[in-house]
Design a protein around this ligand. Structure first.
Ligand code: ADP
Ligand code: MG
Length: 220
């Protein structure tokens, strides 16, 4: 569902941050994307989301060459990808419920058709008692789970999460990992960018895509 062929990326006129990346992400797969801070994990996720263009090489998403997509096709493809950003990106003036429901409102669904789905997902991430709360009163862990619920509400085929446990204590991080594994078992491909070795040790069966010195090493 996703492949990189000899992809290189430089910012501006600097040297290449990512060099000769070639890998695939298969349907229904689970992988950690890892490497130290500054290794290029977030940059790689931005390439997948087509918010950055590679300097060279080819990126294929759901069978389509990313470089050839029209604007509306980019929008369609992005809808098949759920993203949990490192900084959550919740809207401060909307309640937790409204934040999670927003992607459905954007695609024109009416509330009657999705209310139960949103509530069920909020239950799944353990936020059912917080639905009317504004983001400003939520803890880091609650915001994190709200961002995950919002990414999942559109039932993406591919979920990308950037350092999803960065703000969490180890117990919550473990719980969150279980959510991601459950999601994977229900058929979604999951890519979790993390430099948290302890988190990766919790799920040793996962593939590891390791960035080091701009290059990617894959451990099956
Ligand atoms: N917009 C940008 N312009 C220039 N350099 C950037 C930009 N974003 C990230 N970088 C640089 O690219 C490298 C990889 O960053 P990043 O992808 O954020 O790494 P990670 O997510 O693994 O910590 C770092 O050296 C960072 O300073
Ligand atoms: Mg990062």
């Amino acid at each position: 569902m996703l492949s990189f062929e000899d992809v290189g990326l430089r910012y501006g006129t600097g040297s290449e941050i990512l060099t000769d990346l070639s890998f695939t992400v298969e349907p229904r797969s689970f992988q950690f994307l890892t490497g130290p801070s500054g290794a290029g994990k977030t940059t790689l996720l931005k390439l997948v989301l087509m918010s950055l263009e590679p300097t060279r090489g080819r990126i294929t998403l759901f069978g389509r060459d990313a470089a050839t997509l029209q604007k509306d096709e980019v929008t369609d493809i992005r809808r098949r990808i759920g993203v949990v950003f490192q900084d959550f990106r919740l809207l401060d003036h909307l309640s937790l419920y409204e934040n999670v429901a927003l992607p459905l409102r954007v695609i024109g669904r009416d509330e009657g058709s999705y209310r139960a789905e949103v509530l069920e997902l909020l239950r799944w991430v353990g936020l059912e008692t917080r639905i009317t709360a504004l983001p400003s009163v939520l803890s880091g862990g609650e915001k994190q789970r709200a961002a995950i619920a919002r990414a999942l509400i559109v039932r993406p085929e591919l979920l990308l999460a950037d350092e999803p446990t960065g703000n969490l204590d180890p117990t919550l991080a473990r719980r969150l990992l279980r959510l991601f594994v459950e999601l994977h078992k229900s058929g979604t491909s999951v890519v979790i960018a993390t430099h948290d070795l302890a988190l990766m040790d919790q799920y040793e069966a996962a593939r590891r895509l390791v960035l080091a010195d701009g290059r990617l090493h894959v451990f099956e």
